[in-house]
Design a protein around this ligand. Sequence first.
Ligand SMILES: Nc1ncnc2c1ncn2[C@@H]1O[C@H](COP(=O)(O)OP(=O)(O)O)[C@@H](O)[C@H]1O
Ligand SMILES: [Mg+2]
Length: 262
Amino acid sequence: MTAACLRLDKISSSYRFGKENLFVLNEVSLEVGAGEFVSLLGPSGSGKSTLLKIAAGLLQPDSGKVLLNGRAITGPARVGYMPQQDLLFPWKTVLQNAALPLLAAGHNPREASAKVLELLPIFGLDGFASYYPHQLSGGMKQRAALLRTVLMESTLMLLDEPFAALDALTRENLQGWLQQILNRFQKAVLFVTHSIDEAIYLSDRIYMISQRPGKIILEITIGLPRPRSRSVVTSPLFASYRQTLMQALSVAPETAKTPRPF
Ligand SMILES: Nc1ncnc2c1ncn2[C@@H]1O[C@H](COP(=O)(O)OP(=O)(O)O)[C@@H](O)[C@H]1O
Ligand SMILES: [Mg+2]
């Protein structure tokens, strides 16, 4: 059996909060296979962003292991990580922002620019190379950040709620577009979202995480055929997945004596 692209093994994590310890993740295990699209779905404050930081090697868990292609990581990993906020450097242009991972990987500036310019049309940013982030729409900013993430030369992307701040129509457009992009770049994705419909529409598999301290309470495989068009959201199979996930969310145990997320 080939090793999973990403494997998280019994990850537990907490934050120090004054004298208190905030227990955030409770023995979370999950894996993402090569080329697979996996969503981590759960309520706000359940530890999703924390888990993604741990998967990227940016935060040490209290216990548990992170394996990338079968190897344990101990520090920042070479993965395409797109954080929930602070995506683009405001003082750099689209071209300069997107070229960063290529420069960091040792490509010369000319090569890096050529590569970014070649990909701009696919990311809907043709002609916007010299624009600054504040001159772009929300959707364009997210596409530029995704371009930068794709250019981190890795077979895995960790995406933290990339569409959450967008209006509904832009969000739907970008969901469809993301599927085309992934078809082309063949990357595995761990995608964080708190939207049930978004998770079903995009994923091969979904893990649902409970309220803090986050624990995996459900794992389902999404058998909707690909490529998926928007109309799939009206299918009976889609509705049955939605039902299953909504039910799991409503019965998710609230651990007694654990304060609510703030
Ligand atoms: N750096 C931090 N220091 C202290 N507490 C934090 C920190 N980051 C997150 N938390 C707390 O940990 C819990 C989980 O946060 P987070 O992983 O961001 O959840 P989610 O992404 O699911 O909304 C929340 O209660 C949050 O307030
Ligand atoms: Mg988050």
